[in-house]
Design a protein around this ligand. Structure first.
Ligand code: ADP
Ligand code: MG
Length: 238
């Protein structure tokens, strides 16, 4: 599914968090939103998810205007830190949540949950509660939950932040595998970490002060940074 932000502006009170953002992500494509803290990355993602309402501009999925649709009706899988696992539900029930909400048949729910837990390597943790898992394991379950509804769009907001280096490397490989296994999935991947963007993204959108300032294929962006800001941001590896 193609995701389009068409001249999207978002205000929080007097703060302009996103200014005239235009971006198209094709089916099967992964675009990283890369930039320093406070540059508007999460706001752009939340506008696509429907968690914030644009002051102006439109959000389109496969050309259809969804700007007024509530998040649950957009068919998008979202992994953001604020939307953590439900603490009172076992891993399997967390993953089943969206399927049950959509009233899918029991057999399908069971099958789908098993499939998703297998995909993220969490099969043996199905009966555990979130508090019994490490941060990395919880994040895997969150990804399984997001994918369970077979979204055509996956939004990931700093999904590896706060994980240790080994877990980050493992999850990056899993996300690469996921791209191979679901080749039509459009992914928007928010990060301030250029190594993650480099590992996953077909294209990188660089954000600065609420604006998308550069957009280029990943290798192009690295080999010939379009702006001095991007050159210096990439040069200051974190
Ligand atoms: P990033 O994800 O790149 O760190 P954000 O999109 O979270 O940036 O924030 C962009 C700007 O909008 C920042 O100045 C931030 O303080 C502001 N902002 C974000 N969310 C809110 C909110 N709910 N209320 C007020 N200001 C916000
Ligand atoms: Mg953010």
């Amino acid at each position: 599914m193609t995701v389009q932000l068409d001249d999207v502006t978002v205000h929080f009170g007097r703060t302009c968090a996103l200014e005239s953002c235009t971006l198209t992500v094709a089916a099967g494509e992964t675009v990283a939103l890369l930039g320093p803290s406070g540059s508007g990355k999460s706001t752009a993602l939340k506008a696509v998810a429907g968690f914030v309402r644009p002051s102006s501009g439109r959000i389109r999925l496969d050309g259809q205007d969804v700007t007024e649709l509530p998040p649950a009706k957009r068919g998008i899988g979202v992994v953001v830190q604020q939307y953590a696992l439900f603490p009172h539900l076992r891993v399997e029930d967390n993953v089943a949540f969206g399927l049950r909400a959509a009233r899918r048949p029991k057999g399908e729910v069971t099958r789908r949950v098993a499939e998703m837990l297998g995909l993220v390597g969490m099969t043996s943790y199905a009966r555990r509660f979130p508090r019994e898992l490490s941060g990395g394991q919880q994040q895997r379950v969150a990804i399984a939950r997001a994918l369970a509804i077979r979204p055509k769009v996956l939004l990931l907001d700093e999904p590896l932040a706060a994980l240790d280096a080994q877990l980050r490397a493992d999850l990056l490989i899993e996300l690469q595998n996921l791209r191979r296994e679901v080749p039509t999935l459009a992914i928007i991947y928010v990060t301030h970490d250029q190594s993650e963007a480099l590992a996953l993204a077909d294209r990188i959108a660089v954000m600065r002060d609420a604006r998308l300032i550069d957009l280029a294929p990943t290798t192009t962006l690295y080999q010939t940074p379009p702006s001095a800001f991007t050159a210096s941001f990439l040069g200051n590896a974190n």
